[in-house]
Write a protein that binds this ligand. Structure first.
Ligand SMILES: [Zn+2]
Length: 331
């Protein structure tokens, strides 16, 4: 059973993704008075993004799993240095919390850094958010997202099994949070204290600030409550889209959406405070870099493979040298 899951990880994820997608797509069609033709055309625009997104995901997944395997081989990463029993319930719980927190940081940065927002705004450009909006992601953002996740895996030291479990939960959560099927408000008030719900995530897709810059959570909403980025808005008042790009024809044109990050000259009000937030990003990466350099030095201090001084902010160098050291020392 374990071997089967290991050998068919990608297939299982795709099958689960498609099952939930179809289930909610049909549920949305039945329960909401939208013409099937309109829903199909809207889904088709969002589905076109998968043509680029899937190959990028597959290529980067190879690097992701390779980095993950090396962290296991060398017991490398923050999780290996915590005074908790490995493979116990506490270990998995802390791993889950830390990965979800890193995803919260990633989403925050994509809103606050101008370059990130150029790509992430394509996801927000959907003016009729439904379950198909989940795969409306610019390929440039796919690259940023998976690269950030590779860094997360490297810094935390996450095993392939935890990655698989987390991504299964994440893809399920992301599909449901974009669904038009909402919870009753009185129930949502409690559920959204811990989890991202369709109600709370739809507020994140509201066209105007401050709601667009709120509710960044991936699976858990607790980070938004802790860092005061949680927001509530009556569902009837929600208007999907971005106030800087409210042309429905433009937002439904796949070719124009792909070109948008490279053409958009108009400054979004969301880039306010960009300098401050870029400094926050550099600070976070520096902390990660110092930690990685320190831990890496302890792990392979006797190795003669790495002869160059590592740049604390250059993760690519760290990762490549780490993999080279691991491979050469295992020969
Ligand atoms: Zn967003």
């Amino acid at each position: 059973m374990t071997a089967f899951v290991e050998n068919h990880t990608f297939g299982i994820q795709i099958a689960l993704f498609l099952f939930i997608l179809c289930f909610f797509w049909i549920l949305e069609s039945i329960s909401l008075s939208q013409s099937l033709k309109d829903k199909y055309l809207h889904t088709l625009v969002n589905a076109k993004f998968l043509i680029f997104v899937i190959p990028i995901q597959i290529i980067l997944a190879v690097i992701l799993l390779s980095v993950s395997a090396k962290t296991v081989t060398y017991s490398f990463g923050l999780l290996y240095h915590l005074p908790i029993e490995k493979n116990g319930v506490t270990y998995y719980l802390i791993a889950f919390l830390l990965i979800d927190f890193f995803n919260f940081i990633y989403h925050y940065l994509m809103h606050k850094i101008p370059l990130g927002w150029r790509f992430h705004q394509v996801h927000h450009s959907d003016m009729d958010v439904d379950i198909s909006t989940t795969f409306r992601e610019h390929p440039g953002e796919t690259f940023f997202r998976v690269t950030f996740f590779i860094i997360t895996v490297f810094v935390l030291g996450i095993s392939p099994w935890i990655i698989i479990l987390f991504q299964l939960m994440e893809s399920t959560s992301n599909l449901i949070s974009h669904s038009k099927i909402k919870l009753p408000e009185n129930i949502d008030r409690f559920v959204s204290l811990i989890f991202v719900t369709p109600n709370s995530h739809s507020i994140h897709h509201h066209y105007k600030l401050p709601h667009t810059d709120a509710n960044y959570g991936d699976i858990l909403s607790i980070w938004d409550h802790i860092f005061k980025t949680a927001s509530r808005l009556n569902q009837k008042k929600i208007v999907y889209g971005i106030d800087t790009h409210m042309n429905p024809v433009y937002n439904a044109n796949f070719k124009l959406l792909i070109k948008r990050p490279f053409r958009s000259k108009k400054k979004s009000p969301l880039v306010n405070g960009a300098v401050k937030n870029t400094l926050i990003l550099i600070f976070i990466f520096s902390i990660q870099g110092f930690y990685a350099q320190k831990t890496l030095g302890n792990t392979i201090k006797d190795s003669t493979v790495i002869e160059t001084d590592l740049n604390v902010n250059d993760f690519s160098v760290i990762i490549i040298n780490h993999i080279k050291a691991a491979e050469l020392s295992s020969v």
